[in-house]
Design a protein around this ligand. Structure first.
Ligand code: GLN
Length: 204
């Protein structure tokens, strides 16, 4: 069974845990560096990125999170989680983790509309996805290797950069688990690695 961590410092933690479980994977709440051991992938939830960053520093998680990224294991940031992953945050001198080749801008959808729902067409997902946006960021630009997965009102709201997946909205706040499933499909199932090498049985 795939083991997926959910950074559990602040924000929509329980909802992500439920969504991971609904997709048939094991969900682990991550609060301390040791909780990152033996995970196959990690979700950084939405919430408030500056608060989450403060807690990441307080719990000594910054280096362990960057090391986790270096293992190549998939990481998925939703909303504030996307801001944490981004290499560049407009108006900030320094990135947070700075591992995903995208530039993001915070609170991009107007002050009067703090939150809204919209049906999205997402590459790789069949049919509309009803998405919840809450004081959402958007992706201003993506790096050469990254792929835009969804645009809403001329703004990029979902992208993938190799092992990193990020979206502006909150897929975990609905009962539609297709995006969590998409993320799980990015995680290599360890049982695949246990298959015998084809050259061994072709000789039989
Ligand atoms: N505006 C928030 C931030 O900058 C993100 C909002 C969210 O995660 N729903 O961190």
């Amino acid at each position: 069974m795939k083991r997926v961590g959910v950074l559990a410092l602040q924000g929509a933690v329980r909802e992500h845990i439920k969504s991971v479980q609904a997709c048939g994977a094991e969900a682990i709440a991550v609060k301390w560096p040791k909780d990152l051991e033996n995970l196959d992938g990690l979700i950084l939830p939405g919430g408030e990125s500056t608060t989450m960053r403060r807690l990441i520093d307080r719990y000594g998680l910054m280096e362990p999170l960057r090391e986790f990224a270096q293992t190549g294991k998939p990481m998925f940031g939703t909303c504030a989680g996307l801001i944490l992953l981004a290499e560049t945050v407009v108006g900030n001198q320094d990135a947070h983790l700075g591992v995903m080749d995208v530039t993001v801008e915070r609170n991009s959808f107007g002050r009067q509309v703090d939150s809204f729902e919209a049906p999205l067409e997402i590459r790789g997902i069949d049919g509309a996805f009803e998405a919840v946006f809450i004081r959402a960021p958007h992706i201003v630009s993506v790096g050469a290797e990254a792929e835009v997965l969804c645009v809403h009102n001329d703004k990029i709201v979902m992208a993938r950069d190799g092992q990193f997946l990020g979206c502006s909205f909150h897929p975990e706040l609905t009962d539609d688990h297709r995006i969590t499933d998409y993320f799980l499909s990015m995680i290599q199932d360890k049982s695949d690695l246990l298959l015998p090498n084809p050259s061994t049985y072709s000789k039989v």
